[in-house]
Design a binder for this molecule. Structure first.
Ligand code: IMP
Ligand code: MG
Length: 211
């Protein structure tokens, strides 16, 4: 399946669009190329994602069996579809909370600074916690967030990422569960965006510039 699109906007400064920034700024100077047309090639089907989530949830349930309450923390915005499917597959007493982190540098450097834009509403001290992320790329975001949440003394803290790009890692971090390992491609869909677009695709697709 292939889908056409255009990339608009302030790509150079959107952390959620880190990889396109690299492409845009690397091959051309500045945001003018943000209007480059692209197509989306399906990489992971909706059916494969659903099947993988069933497997993952079996493991998560075993890990947290007997919990009085599992706080499932979604990292906004990319994990919103994944967390919705995950919690509906989990036969455990759960609570859902959200946290928004944003990392930024100058858009081209690999050093990352992670900021918390929106913190949890609830406390997690003494609770079981599962952090849900869309993609582990350099690893800075989830590394920072799990360290922050650990400092709040949860009973148990585990992390899950739908996608992992191990070849892009800059810090030594691995989620406790990973849906799929993927190569160094920029992907969209199933909650994941390119300059805020394409989050509503039911599958994971890779961005291919056509010009
Ligand atoms: P990390 O701190 O480099 O691991 O950043 C992870 C974040 O970068 C993810 O939550 C995404 O928001 C973003 N990201 C990394 N790779 C992609 C991609 O291929 N498509 C869209 N966003 C991505
Ligand atoms: Mg993200």
């Amino acid at each position: 399946m292939s889908l056409s699109g255009w990339a608009f906007g302030n790509l150079a400064f959107e952390r959620d669009s880190a990889a396109p920034c690299r492409i845009v700024l690397g091959e051309n100077q500045g945001v003018a190329m943000a209007t480059r047309p692209y197509e989306i090639d399906e990489m992971i089907s909706a059916k494969s994602i659903a099947a993988r989530i069933e497997d993952l949830c079996r493991d998560i349930q075993t890990e947290f069996e007997g919990t009085d309450k599992l706080v499932v923390v979604g990292l906004l915005r990319g994990s919103f579809v994944f967390i919705a499917d995950l919690v509906r597959e989990l036969d455990l007493p759960i609570e859902v909370d959200f946290l928004e982190a944003s990392s930024y540098g100058d858009g081209m450097e690999s050093s990352r600074e992670v900021r918390i834009l929106k913190d949890l509403r609830g406390t997690i001290e003494g609770r079981d916690v599962l952090v849900v992320e869309d993609i582990v790329d350099t690893g800075h975001t989830l590394n920072h967030v799990t360290n922050l949440l650990l400092s709040r003394l949860p009973a148990r803290l585990k992390s899950i990422a739908l996608l992992d790009k191990p070849s892009r890692r800059e810090v030594d971090f691995k989620a406790d569960w990973t849906g799929f390992e993927i190569p160094d491609e920029f992907v969209v869909g199933y909650g994941i965006d390119f300059a805020q677009r394409n989050r509503n695709l039911p599958y994971i697709g890779k961005v291919r510039f056509t010009e």
